[in-house]
Design a protein around this ligand. Structure first.
Ligand SMILES: [Zn+2]
Length: 268
């Protein structure tokens, strides 16, 4: 089995992605999916409508596991999400995009949603941006994660930018483990496999032991040219598998990255 821990459907700035289009690229994998139409405020749909659309896609294709997109920048009505999570326990987590919505990750506005995540015991996937970003840098997300240390917060893409940016994000995750300040997870969509190796090394050898269960393989498909065709997606996944096996010679580690870690975190 393989779980892609970060994919999308929806009509938005990034393109118009139907569930069928997504599945045409990722095949029969299980995936953790959010609706871009709720993230992009220009083409954006209201929170209830967009998340209902996500549920409908998941009902049609049960391999698609829905995330609830929180429109924190536009709505502060958490009654909607509370009702939705109560009525539809199939939502596996919450999704936040501080960069696209230009709402800095440390804003108090996130608190009401994070309290919901805590109440319903759902992990939260953040777009984690460049270390210099004023909205979505891993350091800003970490600051908020420290206020909710019992809520699993996923740094989606680790961080954007070059190796130095990935390196800094990995250091933040290690600090959170060593100092027991937050529960940070990470998905490695868009991260070069050599930097994933660096991340694995860092989390494998913390003073608290091996924390590589916090790392999940993901693609962010269909976002990005490298994710728009099945052949490219398959070839990227193959490079990942080959390189991780070659470097660590550890089949169990690879399987954990490819599905077990996501399976446990999202209760799949
Ligand atoms: Zn994404």
């Amino acid at each position: 089995m393989i779980i892609d821990a970060h994919v999308h459907i929806g009509n938005s700035f990034w393109g118009n992605f139907t569930p069928e289009f997504l599945l045409g690229i990722i095949g029969d994998k299980v995936c953790v999916c959010s609706n871009l139409a709720a993230i992009d405020a220009y083409t954006g749909k209201d929170e209830y409508v967009a998340n209902k659309e996500m549920l409908d896609a998941s009902a049609k294709y049960p391999q698609i596991k829905p995330l609830y997109v929180c429109e924190v920048d536009r709505s502060l009505d958490t009654n909607i999400i509370r009702q939705m999570l109560k009525d539809y326990p199939q939502f596996v987590g919450l999704k936040f995009h501080p960069e696209f919505t230009k709402l800095t990750a440390t804003s108090d506005k996130y608190d009401k949603y994070l309290e919901v995540a805590r109440q319903f015991k759902k992990p939260c996937l953040y777009h984690s941006g460049h270390t210099k970003s004023r909205f979505s840098s891993p350091a800003l997300i970490y600051q908020k994660a420290k206020q909710f240390p019992d809520v699993p917060i996923i740094l989606g893409h680790l961080s954007t930018g070059p190796r130095s940016s990935h390196d800094e994000a990995a250091k933040i995750i290690v600090e959170s483990i060593e100092q027991d300040t937050a529960t940070l997870y990470v998905d490695v969509s868009w991260v070069d496999v050599e930097d994933v190796i660096m991340l694995i090394e860092a989390l494998k050898n913390t003073s608290k032991g091996d924390y590589t269960h916090r790392i999940m393989w993901a693609s962010d498909a269909p976002v990005g040219d490298h994710n728009l065709k099945k052949e490219l997606y398959d070839s990227n996944l193959n490079v990942f598998k080959t390189r991780i096996l070659e470097y660590f010679n550890d089949e169990e580690l690879l399987n954990n990255l490819l599905y077990s870690n996501a399976q446990k975190l999202f209760n799949l």
